[in-house]
Design a protein around this ligand. Structure first.
Ligand SMILES: [Zn+2]
Length: 264
C-alpha cells in the first residue's frame, strides 16, 4: 500500500518527537515504534559516560520462593510497560527502542506501551525514573502492576533497559546460571560485602539454561569488575575470555527468550 507524502511526514514527526501518544488518552497499550532514526545522532543518545553506568542488582533477590523461572506462571502473554511521566522524550525514546528490539526478538507474545498518563489494566511493568533507585526489576511476571527502576542518569541506555526488561520477562543474570562454575570464577574476596547476593547462583530446580551455551557477552552478564571493593576483578572467565555484556542482545539471549516462551 502506498502512503501519502503527508502521512509519511506525520509518521516521521511522530517517530522523532515521541510520544505523539501524549496528546490523547488510551484504553489499551500502543505498540512500540520502529527506531527508524537510529543514525549517528541517535547512537549518540545511547552513549553515556561509563562513570555514570550503574550495575543492575535485580529486586526480588531476597524472595527466592517467587523466582521459579521454570514455572510458566511467571511468563507474559502481553508484555506491557508504562514509563513514568517524569521521563523526557529522549528517555521515552530509549525505552521505546529497547522494547521494540525485544518485540522483534520475541514475536510470539505482544509488547505494548501504556502512555505515561493513561490508566493501565491487566499485568504491566511500571518504570520508575528516580535519581537514586538504581537499575533493577523483579524476575518474571508477578501479576497486576510490578515496578522496574531505571534511574536517570545511570540506567538510560538501550542495552541496560533491555537487560532490565529481560529480567521482567523471566531471566536472571548469565553468571547466575546453575552451570556457571564451569565457565567463570567468582572472586568473592574482591566483592563489596553488601553486593555478594548479586553473585548468587540459582539451582537448576528454579532456573533453566534451556540448553543454550554460556555466553560471556550475554546482555545479562556482569562485567569483570562489577561491585569490586578494591578495583580487582570480581568475575573472571576460566578460559581467559573477556566477560561482560557489550550492550547488545546476543544470539544466545534471543534463543533463550524464544525457548522460554516456546517461540520456535
Ligand atoms: Zn540485571
Amino acid at each position: 500500500m502506498m502512503m501519502s507524502k503527508e502521512l509519511i511526514v506525520i509518521l516521521a514527526i511522530c517517530k522523532s518527537l515521541l510520544p505523539c501518544a501524549y496528546a490523547t488518552t488510551f484504553d489499551k497499550p500502543v505498540l512500540p515504534l520502529s527506531p527508524i532514526m537510529l543514525d549517528i545522532f541517535e547512537l549518540e543518545f545511547n552513549r553515556f559516560p561509563k562513570s555514570e553506568a550503574i550495575t543492575c542488582t535485580m529486586s526480588n533477590h531476597r524472595n527466592n520462593s517467587r523466582n521459579g523461572k521454570i514455572d510458566k506462571n511467571y511468563r507474559w502473554k502481553n508484555f506491557n510497560i508504562q514509563p513514568d511521566p517524569a521521563y523526557d522524550k529522549r528517555e521515552y525514546r530509549l525505552i521505546n527502542d529497547a522494547l521494540y528490539n525485544l518485540m522483534e526478538a520475541l514475536p510470539c507474545i505482544t509488547f505494548g506501551i501504556w502512555p505515561p498518563n493513561s490508566k493501565p489494566t491487566g499485568d504491566y511493568v511500571y518504570i520508575i525514573k528516580g535519581t537514586k533507585n538504581g537499575c533493577n526489576s523483579p524476575v518474571g511476571r508477578i501479576g497486576g502492576r510490578q515496578e522496574m527502576n531505571l534511574q536517570s542518569p545511570g540506567c538510560m541506555s538501550v542495552g541496560t533497559i533491555m537487560h532490565e526488561m529481560i529480567h521482567a520477562l523471566g531471566f536472571y543474570h548469565e553468571q547466575s546460571r546453575p552451570d556457571r562454575d564451569n565457565f567463570v570464577e567468582i572472586l568473592w574476596d574482591n566483592i563489596q560485602p553488601e553486593f555478594e547476593f548479586a553473585f548468587d547462583k540459582y539451582p537448576d530446580s528454579d532456573v533453566s539454561t534451556f540448553g543454550v551455551p554460556y555466553n560471556y557477552e550475554s546482555i545479562m552478564h556482569y562485567k569483570g569488575h562489577d561491585f569490586s571493593k578494591n578495583k580487582q576483578p570480581t568475575i573472571v572467565a576460566k578460559n581467559g575470555a573477556k566477560v561482560g555484556s557489550v550492550g547488545y542482545l546476543q544470539e544466545t539471549d534471543i534463543q533463550k527468550l524464544k525457548l522460554m516462551y516456546e517461540c520456535l
